[in-house]
Design a protein around this ligand. Sequence first.
Ligand code: ZN
Length: 492
Amino acid sequence: MRNFYIYNTLTRTKELFKPIHPDMVGMYVCGPTVYGDAHLGHARPGVTYDVLFRLLKHIGYKVRYVRNITDVGHLENDADAGEDKIAKKARLEALEPMEVVQTYTIRYHNAMTRLNVLPPSIEPHASGHIIEQINLVQRILDSGFAYISNGSVYFDVQKYDKVHKYGVLSGRNLEETKEGTRNLDGQDDKRSPFDFALWKKASPEHIMHWPSPWSEGFPGWHLECSTMSEKYLGEEFDIHGGGMDLMFPHHECELAQNVASRGTGGVHYWMHNNMITINGQKMGKSLGNFITLDELFNGTHRLLEQAYSPMTIRFFILQAHYRSTLDFSNEALQAAEKGLKRMLQAAKDARKLQPTSGAASVPEVNKLKEQIYDALLDDLNTPNALSYMFEVVRIVNGAKDKSIALNEEDCAVVKALFDDIVFGVLGLVEEQSDSASTKVISGLMDMVMDIRKTAKAEKNWAVSDKIRDELKAIGIQVKDTKDGGYEWTLSD
Ligand code: ZN
């Protein structure tokens, strides 16, 4: 088996990957909190850990990949204050919380399928593991690192820090971990602002609650991942992944819970993907640059000049190393679209390659193969792997125009690189005319909306209303934006 080197966030070094069980890798990744549409922030971990999953399998491991669905306990202030995100959405839309969960879980799955992200081996829901979570709270209480306060249970961070040191994953000392935690608001029962909730007593208006030895309430957000990773992967497992924004407090708290309850951090390699920025800015609802995956695929967000196909997004993500930030812009996406097209055309041509009998071996072919594997096995260096793969594209084009002659072995290596790496490990697929037709649709939409704008300017309400009503009749909802532009969505 080939050696795989993985950057471990905990040790801050690249390490040779040594799984606990020689042929079964256990891998846990924090999944989405399902209260809204899947967006760019979901695409990056989705694709990154999918490539890891595919690569480990490709080099011969069996992998048990667990990715959870957060459907309870994730409060607005990531730690433990404010309203539950799911419950809030349910209240605003007058739905059952589990209707919200179902709706957005399905949408998340659809978006991941379009990005050709393989489903994980197990996808547990937090709400399905309340008993196990209550159990874990009890174990932490028994170990003395938690206390009960007015029906809630909190983790005693200062006490834990004295024995085990809190903050090792994010590299913060105790004082620094206070940054970003909200001031106590009086209704809080914590002894100290460092502490975080393991179990919260539900207020009368809180709709999602379960009985426990301490109160009718609900688990703290960090608890579910400690619980479900242990349940499905054991007390010690290989890889824990997630976005860098989860490193603190979520993963730091998870690690402390693991140590407090079972005497071990449990995770051998912590992995964090970096964030996505948009035109150099952080993505956020308040900044107006929050782009959902559906908007990207349909080209309906005002920041987008066109629709970008799911494979363009996947290719774009692969063009950066997962530990680097990745900046979205129309220019960068258009460049990715071109690169992907070139790659997929070469894949088609490679399939038709005919070996030249008697041709000498081209040493570059095997060298490129090794470089591609080395890049991927060097902490998933997908950008380097892709640039070597473009050298293979050059060879395919040379063989096509007969400036390069490939013998049978070289032809087989080239074909295998497309099958095993481009389609296999990198998970790209050939897209049908899907992106061409969405381009036509967004072009037509621009034209129609331009006519409507002119009609409105001329106070020709008959025409502008007719356009709005007829679009609505065929299922297109148009929303005017503050800057005079528009957004459109297909209604369900
Ligand atoms: Zn998690």
